[in-house]
Design a protein around this ligand. Structure first.
Ligand SMILES: NC(=O)C1=CN([C@@H]2O[C@H](COP(=O)(O)OP(=O)(O)OC[C@H]3O[C@@H](n4cnc5c(N)ncnc54)[C@H](OP(=O)(O)O)[C@@H]3O)[C@@H](O)[C@H]2O)C=CC1
Ligand SMILES: O=C1O[C@H](COP(=O)(O)O)[C@@H](O)[C@H](O)[C@H]1O
Length: 511
C-alpha cells in the first residue's frame, strides 16, 4: 500500500531535553517499527549541547532508558539511528543559527530526497515558543519553496488568556493557523477519541445525551504521584493550568459538544469552540462556592510515603499553588441547560485513574422493591474509563432471581483491549503521525485554547487575590472534604471513587 505521508524532515528543538528522550524519540521509533514513516525521512535534533551525530544517537537511542521498555531491538535501532542527525545551536532564536540549520536541512534534503518538507517540533522552555518561529521565518523556513513547513508547539500554551492570545498572534504572523499544531497529549489517547465514536457511531446514546435524561456528568483525573522533582515548574502552574485548562476541558468537549457535520478538523474543532463558548463563567464569590483548591500534606500513597507539597524540591514553604482542584459548573446551551458538570484532578490520590461518569436520571416511578434508596441514588451510570483498564461499563438494574420483583444493580463491562491484539499506539506516536499527514483534528485550535483560558482565568484571578481558601488533604486520600460539598443539593450522585480490585489480572479498577 502506498504511504500517504510526504517525505520530510522532523526537526526537534530542545532535543537534548527530557521530553525528547522520554516521549518524542521513542514515539518516532515506534512509528518507524510500525512501518508508518515515509521511506524518505530524517530526524534532526537541535539544541545548545555540543553533540556529534554519533553522540546524539548514543544519548537518545542506545543510552536512553525510555527506549529500553519499548520493544528494544538492536538491529532495528541501529537501522533507525542512521536517520538521526544533530545540529548544535548557540541561541535557539538566533538568525545565524537559523541559517546554519537551513544549510543542514538542505544537505539532508538532498541526501534523503525529502525535498523541503519540514516539521519543526518546539520541545524547549515555553519562553522560546514565539522567537524560534520568527527566526525560522527570517530565513524562509516557515514557507519553503516547493515544500511545506509545520510547527508543533508543546504545552503550556500561554499562562492565561492574554499570553495565549499574544502567542497565537506571534505564531500566526509567521505560520498559517492550519500549520500550527498545539499538542495536547490527552487528545492522542485512544479512549479520548473513543468518546466521540461512542457518542456518534451509535444510535441509542445520542437521544439520551441531554438534560432530559442526564442527571450529572463528572470527570476525574487522579494521579498517585506527587510533583517529584518538577516542583519548580509545577509551582508556577498548579493543577488548574496543568491539567484542567487543557487536557480535561478537551475531554469535556468530547463528552459535551454537538455532533460535528463531518469527522474532520474543521467540523470537530468548530464544535469544540462552540462548547467552550457555552461554558458559564465562574466569577467573584462563585469561585469559593464552585471551585475547591487544595494542597497535599505528607501521607502514605500507593507508591510509598510522600512528604508534603511544600517540602518538595523547588517549592517555597509558603506556596499557595494547588495540587488538587474540584469544580462544579454549567454549560449554557439547549442540550445541557441545568445539568451540573463536575471536574476534579489531583496529585497524591489513591489511584491513577481518569474516567468520565454519566449519571442518568431515575425512571419517573419506583415500581419495584429493592429500590429502598430510590430517592437517594441514581443507579444508571455509564462509566467511560480513559485510563487504566481502558473501556466502558454500564450500570443498570436487573431482577434478582426468585420470587417478587427485587432489583439489583449489575454492570456490563467492556475492555478496550478486547477490540484488538495489537498494541494501542502511544499518544505521542499517534499525534506525530497525524501531523506528518497534515491532519490537525486532534490538535487544539488557537481560538479554542484562548476560550479555554477565558473560562479558567477568573478562577485564577480570584485565587491570586486569595478570595477562596486553599484546603488541605493528606497524600493518599481522595482529597479534601470540601470537594464533597460541591454535590450538596444534588440527590442521587456524588464523586465516584473507584476502588482497586485484585479480582483477576484483567480487572484493575472495580465498579
Ligand atoms: N518533560 C515532559 O514530560 C513534558 C514536557 N512538556 C513541555 O515540553 C517542553 C520541553 O520539556 P522538557 O524536555 O522537559 O524541558 P527541558 O527543561 O529538559 O528542556 C529542553 C531543552 O531546552 C534547553 N533549555 C533548557 N533550559 C533552557 C533555557 N533556560 N534557555 C534555553 N534553552 C534551554 C535544553 O537544551 P540545551 O541546553 O542543550 O539547549 C534542554 O535540554 C517544555 O515546554 C515542557 O513544558 C510537556 C509535557 C510533558
Ligand atoms: O500534562 C501533564 O499530564 C500528566 C498526566 O498525564 P497522563 O497521561 O499520565 O494522565 C501530569 O502528570 C503532568 O503533571 C501534566 O503536566
Amino acid at each position: 500500500m502506498a504511504n500517504p505521508i510526504d517525505p520530510h524532515i522532523l526537526i526537534i528543538y530542545g532535543a537534548s531535553g527530557d521530553l525528547a528522550q522520554r516521549k518524542l524519540i521513542p514515539a518516532v521509533f515506534d512509528l518507524y517499527r510500525g512501518g508508518y514513516l515515509p521511506e524518505k525521512f530524517a530526524l534532526l535534533g537541535a539544541s545548545r549541547t555540543d553533540y556529534t551525530d554519533e553522540a546524539f544517537r548514543e544519548k537518545v537511542l542506545f543510552e536512553n532508558e525510555f527506549m529500553q521498555g519499548n520493544g528494544y531491538d538492536e538491529d532495528q535501532l541501529k537501522a533507525f539511528s542512521e536517520l538521526l542527525f544533530y545540529q548544535d545551536l548557540k541561541a535557539y532564536d538566533g538568525v545565524e543559527d537559523a541559517k546554519k540549520l537551513k544549510a543542514k536541512l538542505e544537505d539532508l534534503g538532498e541526501q534523503f530526497e525529502t525535498g523541503s518538507n519540514y516539521i519543526f517540533y518546539l520541545s524547549t522552555p515555553p519562553k522560546l515558543y514565539s522567537s524560534i518561529p520568527k527566526a525560522l521565518a527570517e530565513v524562509g523556513l516557515n514557507k519553503p519553496e516547493n515544500g511545506w513547513s509545520r510547527l508543533v508547539v508543546e504545552k503550556p500554551f500561554g499562562y492565561d488568556e492574554k499570553s495565549a492570545k499574544q502567542l497565537n498572534e506571534e505564531l500566526q504572523s509567521v505560520f498559517r493557523e492550519n500549520d500550527i499544531y498545539r499538542i495536547d497529549h490527552y487528545l492522542g489517547k485512544e479512549t479520548v477519541q473513543n468518546l466521540l465514536v461512542t457518542r456518534f457511531a451509535n444510535g441509542f446514546f445520542e437521544p439520551l445525551w441531554n438534560r432530559n435524561y442526564i442527571q450529572s456528568v463528572q470527570i476525574t483525573a487522579a494521579e498517585t504521584v506527587g510533583v517529584g522533582s518538577r516542583g519548580g515548574y509545577y509551582d508556577e502552574s498548579g493543577a488548574l493550568r496543568d491539567m484542567i485548562q487543557n487536557h480535561l476541558l478537551q475531554v469535556l468537549a468530547h463528552v459535551a459538544m454537538e455532533p460535528p457535520i463531518r469527522a474532520d478538523a474543521y467540523s470537530i474543532r468548530g464544535e469544540k469552540m462552540k462548547l467552550f463558548q457555552s461554558l458559564r463563567a465562574i466569577t467573584g464569590e462563585q469561585v469559593a462556592q464552585q471551585v475547591v483548591r487544595a494542597q497535599y500534606d505528607a501521607g502514605d500513597t500507593k507508591d510509598g510515603h510522600v512528604e508534603g507539597y511544600r517540602e518538595a524540591e523547588g517549592v517555597p514553604d509558603d506556596s499557595m499553588t494547588e495540587t488538587y482542584v474540584a469544580m462544579k459548573f454549567f454549560i449554557d446551551n439547549w442540550r445541557w441547560a441545568g445539568v451540573p458538570f463536575f471536574i476534579r484532578t489531583g496529585k497524591c490520590l489513591p489511584l491513577k485513574v481518569t474516567e468520565v461518569v454519566i449519571t442518568f436520571k431515575n425512571p419517573p416511578q419506583a415500581l419495584f422493591s429493592g429500590y429502598d434508596d430510590y430517592a437517594l441514588k441514581c443507579d444508571n451510570q455509564l462509566i467511560m474509563r480513559i485510563q487504566p483498564d481502558e473501556g466502558m461499563a454500564l450500570e443498570f438494574g436487573m431482577k434478582v432471581p426468585g420470587e417478587g420483583f427485587r432489583v439489583k444493580n449489575v454492570d456490563m463491562d467492556f475492555f478496550y483491549r478486547d477490540l484488538t491484539t495489537k498494541d494501542v499506539p502511544e499518544s505521542y506516536s499517534r499525534l506525530l503521525l497525524d501531523c506528518m499527514k497534515g491532519d490537525p483534528t486532534l490538535y487544539a485550535r488557537g481560538d479554542s485554547v484562548e476560550q479555554a483560558w477565558a473560562f479558567v482565568d477568573p478562577i485564577l484571578q480570584a485565587w491570586e487575590k486569595n478570595e477562596a481558601p486553599l484546603a488541605r488533604y493528606t497524600a493518599g486520600t481522595w482529597g479534601p472534604e470540601e470537594a464533597d460539598r460541591l454535590w450538596d443539593g444534588i440527590t442521587g450522585a456524588s464523586w465516584r471513587n473507584p476502588a482497586e480490585s485484585l479480582i483477576d489480572d484483567k480487572h484493575y479498577t472495580k465498579l
